[in-house]
Design a binder for this molecule. Structure first.
Ligand code: NAP
Length: 388
């Protein structure tokens, strides 16, 4: 039976999301007229910077990849379907060519976008991606852990772990650790062991040449995630929504713990950073699929009339308040490019607000350390205390 704490927490989270949507829609509306702000974003150049975006073929990941490529970055779309990834890379090139025909070169633009295969539901696919990327011996300046699923019909991944936990959190943890470890070694062998530098103010809108920023995709649903803490694989009770919320709490804890580990190493501090982001409620497959499937699950028994009324209500009242993927990408880019001293280890929400302490469970470093150690046990990877 559901406890009162469970019902209250989930209800508060849903209401909080609804109010946040109103605020985000208003902020996006007023900011859209701020042309100075837009120009500042468009002036940023990321030539030579390598960015990996998981789930870069659709939704928020696609919009973010498109913006990064337009800024000159070398963007790698890490997608579970190579075909969908390649189609997305081509769509980014084509759109840029349409906007700026002078950039065309034999029907192709000069944008540096490519697709690589990565299925986050499979450990072997994650390991293959890490190995293939690491063998290229190129830097990784930005890793956006974006791909995600919400309330899928299947419940378990092939390894017997809860599927959302595996796809949204654990595989991203394994991916980040595998790539960061090689990056650290690569930079050491290229320039000798780098010396610790005094931490100064970094410039705005940049990526550290000698470091990496990791951005994890959270959600304001994370407040309900603490309910799942003592049952991380939803073994005793499975609520698709709360299990999803738990993965989004885990995304915040991962950014916090990565930052704590980077900062405990004088060589990495300030250069290697991690940030968690809530992109808003965004007009994508994930959000629509969740609202439609939950509507059916909750109201299905009441009959077709109520279901149709729900669909009409959703369309009229909810859909217009959703953020566009492009506005969500602006929030992600802020988290990716803003100076370390502003965002490292923090939680960013729309439009570009840094929240130091989004929820009391997140402030507890004990929890982020516990989750890190749990991830090490599940994957058999010992990531070390300082990633050194
Ligand atoms: N939309 C929102 O309102 C909202 C709110 C808060 C947080 N978020 C977070 O934002 C992130 C992006 O979501 P979105 O709204 O852009 O959703 P989306 O449009 O459904 O895109 C999800 C992406 O993740 C990929 N993906 C799913 N399972 C995967 C797997 N096993 N391996 C690799 N890639 C996989 C999808 O690939 P396919 O195309 O092959 O399926 C797709 O590229 C998610 O982490 C989500 O939790 C979204």
């Amino acid at each position: 039976m559901l406890s009162m704490e469970y019902i209250l927490t989930v209800s508060c989270t849903v209401l909080q999301n609804a109010f946040a949507m109103l605020g985000d829609a208003a902020a996006d509306y007023f900011q859209s007229g701020n042309s100075d702000d837009r120009r500042a974003w468009e002036r940023v150049r990321l030539d030579g910077k390598v960015c990996i975006v998981t789930g870069g073929n659709a939704g928020i990941g696609f919009a973010t990849s498109q913006r990064l490529a337009g800024m000159g970055a070398h963007v790698i779309l890490a997608c579970r379907s190579k075909e969908r990834g390649e189609a997305a890379a081509q769509a980014i090139r084509t759109a840029a060519g349409t906007r700026d025909p002078s950039a065309r070169n034999d029907g192709k633009t000069t944008l540096n976008v490519e697709a690589m295969e990565l299925d986050l539901s499979s450990s072997s696919s994650v390991r293959a991606f890490v190995q293939t990327f690491n063998q290229r011996n190129i830097p990784m300046h930005l890793l956006i852990c974006n791909a995600g699923i919400m309330s899928p019909p299947a419940r378990l991944a092939s390894e017997g772990l809860e599927l959302q936990f595996k796809v949204n959190y654990l595989s991203h943890w394994e991916l980040a650790v595998g790539l960061l470890d090689h990056q650290r070694r690569l930079r050491e062998s290229a320039c000798g062991k780098p010396k610790a530098t005094p931490s100064g103010q970094s410039s705005f809108f940049c990526l550290e040449e000698q470091g990496t920023r990791v951005v994890t995709l959270s959600s304001c649903t994370h407040t309900a995630g603490a309910l799942q803490w003592s049952d991380k694989q939803s073994e005793s009770f499975y609520s698709p929504f709360v299990s999803y919320a738990f993965t989004k709490l885990a995304a915040i804890l991962m950014a916090k713990e990565l930052t704590r580990r980077f900062d405990s190493n004088p060589i990495l501090t300030g250069k290697y950073t991690a940030v968690a982001v809530h992109p808003g409620v965004v007009d994508t497959f994930l959000a629509h699929n969740f609202l439609d499937s939950q509507g059916k699950a909750w109201l299905g028994a009441t009959g077709a009339l109520i279901l149709n009324m729900y669909s009409a209500f959703k369309k009229a009242a909810f859909d217009p308040l959703m953020r566009s993927p492009s506005n969500a990408a602006s929030t992600l880019l802020f988290a990716a490019l803003a100076p370390a001293e502003l965002v490292a280890g923090q939680y960013v929400k729309p439009p570009r607000t840094v929240v130091a302490n989004p929820f009391k469970s997140v402030a507890d470093t004990g929890r982020s350390k516990e989750l890190w150690e749990y991830s090490e046990r599940l994957t058999g990877i010992c990531a070390g205390d300082t990633l050194l």
